[in-house]
Design a protein around this ligand. Structure first.
Ligand code: TUI
Length: 315
């Protein structure tokens, strides 16, 4: 299944690990890259020096390519945008905003630029600004989301651009990868699946909440603020939704969630913290190594895609 995405990124399998704030640090990213996918370090809201340390750590843990995700709403986004050039990071993904003001300098530095986008308009715009590929993320995803589902978004984006499209949102196994490839994607980005990897350093309570969750356990908060976020339902989301129904200001809502992702990921407070996770959480029922996750996905997807090629898909 080596395709033009694998060639572009110099990786073995078309699987990218999501750039999840607080979760996607050097150990997880290196494990994914060592298993043949593309590992990603998430800068999140971290100060630039913390991100630099993680990049250097990843360089010691893998000789394979890895990327850095820049969360564009972060106060340190601007500095991290220069850091990736200084550190010679081969791939940059971006989220939660439009990265066009940085794209020229990243391209000049030889970085492969892959923005995450929630709509056709933004996909077209990113291609015009020189993106090497795009990640089209459906609203099944955890964290900050757009409006469209993966099923509706992917084929429309695929028809609108000529660069490789990577699908994200709602994918956790080989059936998901095969399905998005049928929609025209060249690969998949997985977040929630890699949160529950052996190499993932998130608190055991966070992993357990995902392992225990079922299909309808995620909820979207923050629609009224313009920054909708999907996470597992808990006392934090219940209180937030109550506040959101009342006449609380956006500032107050944002203050209410400040630090809450860290509380869940680092301290394991899965009741009062924000447990960001996608709708596919209910499918995840075992902690596996990154290598096991990637090998299982590739075996399952290639089996399905071969069967389809042989015309046995209706059996
Ligand atoms: O970025 C994500 N997922 C995230 S970021 C995050 S940290 C955060 N926490 C609270 C509020 C906001 C962020 C947690 N999860 N996924 C990629 C993604 N990007 N989803 C949607 C977008 C997006 C949205 C708007 C990309 C571009 C965009 O452009 C708007 C514009 O400026 O034109």
């Amino acid at each position: 299944m080596k395709n033009r995405l694998c060639e572009l990124l110099n990786i073995k399998f078309p699987i990218i690990q999501g750039g999840m704030a607080w979760v996607a640090e050097a150990c997880l990213a290196a494990a994914v890259s060592n298993a043949g996918g593309l590992g990603i370090i998430a800068a999140g809201n971290a100060p630039v020096e913390v991100v630099r340390e993680e990049i250097r750590k990843a360089k010691n843990l893998t000789d394979k390519p890895f990327g850095v995700n820049i969360m564009l709403m972060s106060p340190s986004a601007h500095e991290v945008a220069s850091l990736v050039i200084e550190e010679g990071v081969p791939v940059v993904t971006t989220g939660a905003g439009n990265p066009e003001k940085y794209m020229k300098k990243w391209k000049e530095a030889g970085i492969k630029v892959i923005p995450v986008i929630p709509s056709v308009a933004l996909a077209r715009r990113m291609q015009r600004y020189g993106a090497d590929a795009i990640i089209a993320e459906g609203s099944e995803a955890g964290g900050h989301i757009g409006e469209l589902t993966t099923m509706a978004l992917i084929p429309q984006v695929v028809d609108a651009v000529s660069i490789p499209v990577i699908a994200a949102g709602g994918i956790a196994d080989g059936r998901g990868l095969a399905a998005v490839m049928m929609l025209g994607a060249c690969g998949a980005q997985l977040g929630t699946r890699f949160v529950v990897a052996k190499e993932s350093l998130v608190h055991a309570n966070y992993k357990q909440r995902i392992l225990d969750s079922k299909d309808i356990d995620t909820v979207v908060t923050g629609r009224s603020t313009g920054h909708p976020v999907r996470s597992l339902r808990n006392s934090m989301t219940r209180k937030y939704l109550q506040l959101e129904e009342g006449s609380v200001s956006i500032d107050e809502l944002e203050t209410f969630t400040a630090g809450s992702l860290r509380n869940a990921v680092v301290d394991g407070d899965v009741n009062n913290g924000t447990v960001m996770a996608g709708q596919i959480s209910g499918l995840i029922n075992k902690e596996l190594t990154c290598k096991e996750i990637i090998n299982q996905i590739m075996d399952q997807a290639s089996g399905l895609l071969c069967k389809f090629n042989e015309g046995k898909n209706y059996e």
